[in-house]
Design a protein around this ligand. Structure first.
Ligand code: AMP
Ligand code: MG
Length: 331
């Protein structure tokens, strides 16, 4: 078996070396823009500079289109319209419907640890505005009681969404991953199969060579705690250092446990590798809430997905990884 496997590998390598792209050389082009509240860098490898420029335009146009549909910071987005016109039902675009449907199905799978209706609770802590505060307990518990993915009603035939009054849909935990998946699909459809995205720290790339992606230490961004190697796929990280405030020496960060309405404590960061960038993004948030024990049950539903947890135990840091993440760490 061994020599055969070796031969297959060798022939695969020589095929890649003689592929038309390699023969023609091709060009790499990149661009950075601010979209969805963060920086998006896109690199593409295409046959010539005109095609590369067209590919970049296509990728950015798709992400801007999704932002205009899904943003909860834009009054004119479909998500904002859905919230404003509750209890609806509100007719929406196919893309918006697919996104909301997926987040609801994923929320159910996580038992509500991931919940896109957490928006009102996020706002009470000021994580949407930067106007941070510890909310009044009665008000917080009222918002927790009104939230819940079961208060989103989808009608597939009519392509409408109805939110129960008071429900604020928050796309923040998986909108960027969804945009990456859609933009990647657009590139593939135009024959561009080598690309790299860095969307506010979430990496998504496809290609033939292996890249190494370093995971930063949650407290020292110039130090890396792990590095994973892959040719195709995405790594997303949810961290307590992205949006947070401190009161009396305690840190309150932007990822909420929807069951209590409180920011998750005792966890610095969770990184997820998945082939699909939407899965990586949604899972990193869900696993941040669940932690390694409950998280391993959820991960069992996603073959080929790896996770790294950076846990706080007292003043110390404990790093845990599942077996797939461990394999990805080997170059
Ligand atoms: P991420 O950085 O991808 O983990 O997304 C975090 C963002 O998702 C937060 O800033 C909130 O807007 C939103 N969020 C917070 N907690 C949750 C949760 N438990 N489920 C879904 N979305 C959440
Ligand atoms: Mg996420």
């Amino acid at each position: 078996m061994r020599p055969l496997g070796h031969l297959l590998l060798a022939s695969a390598l020589s095929c890649a070396a003689w592929s038309p792209t390699a023969l023609a050389g091709g060009v790499t082009a990149s661009r950075v823009e601010y979209v969805m509240g963060t920086m998006l860098e896109v690199q593409v490898h295409a046959a010539d500079s005109l095609w590369a420029a067209a590919a970049l335009n296509t990728a950015f146009a798709e992400v801007h289109r999704l932002d205009s549909l899904l943003s909860n910071y834009r009054e004119d987005s479909e998500i904002s319209r859905m919230i404003r016109h509750a209890p609806g039902p509100v007719p929406v675009n196919e893309t918006t419907f697919t996104f909301v449907k997926r987040t609801v199905e994923f929320a159910a799978l996580t038992g509500g640890a991931f919940d896109p209706t957490v928006g009102a609770v996020v706002a009470l802590w000021g994580f949407d505005s930067g106007n941070y505060r510890i909310p009044d307990q009665a008000v917080l518990q009222d918002a927790v009681g009104r939230a819940g993915y079961k208060h989103i009603h989808l009608d597939t035939a009519a392509q409408t969404i109805a939110l129960e009054p008071g429900v604020r849909f928050d796309p923040g935990a998986s909108g960027k991953g969804f945009a990456l998946a859609r933009a990647g699909a657009k590139l593939r459809a135009m024959g561009v199969s080598e690309f790299y995205f860095d969307f506010g720290g979430q990496v998504y790339r496809e290609g033939t060579d292996t890249v190494g992606i370093a995971i930063r230490d949650p407290r020292f961004d110039s130090v890396s705690v792990s590095e994973v190697f892959f040719t195709t796929g995405s790594v997303a990280t949810s961290g307590d250092y992205e949006r947070y405030f401190e009161r009396n020496g305690k840190r309150y960060a932007h990822i909420i446990d929807p069951r209590s309405g409180f920011p998750v404590a005792d966890r610095y960061a969770v990184s997820v590798y998945a082939e699909d960038p939407w899965i990586a993004d949604a899972l990193s948030t869900a696993l941040f809430v669940l932690g390694p024990n409950a998280g391993s049950e959820l991960l069992a539903c996603f073959p080929g997905v790896g996770a790294l947890y950076i846990e706080r135990s007292g003043e110390a840091t404990r790093v845990e990884r599942d077996s797939l993440w461990q394999r990805l760490e080997i170059q």
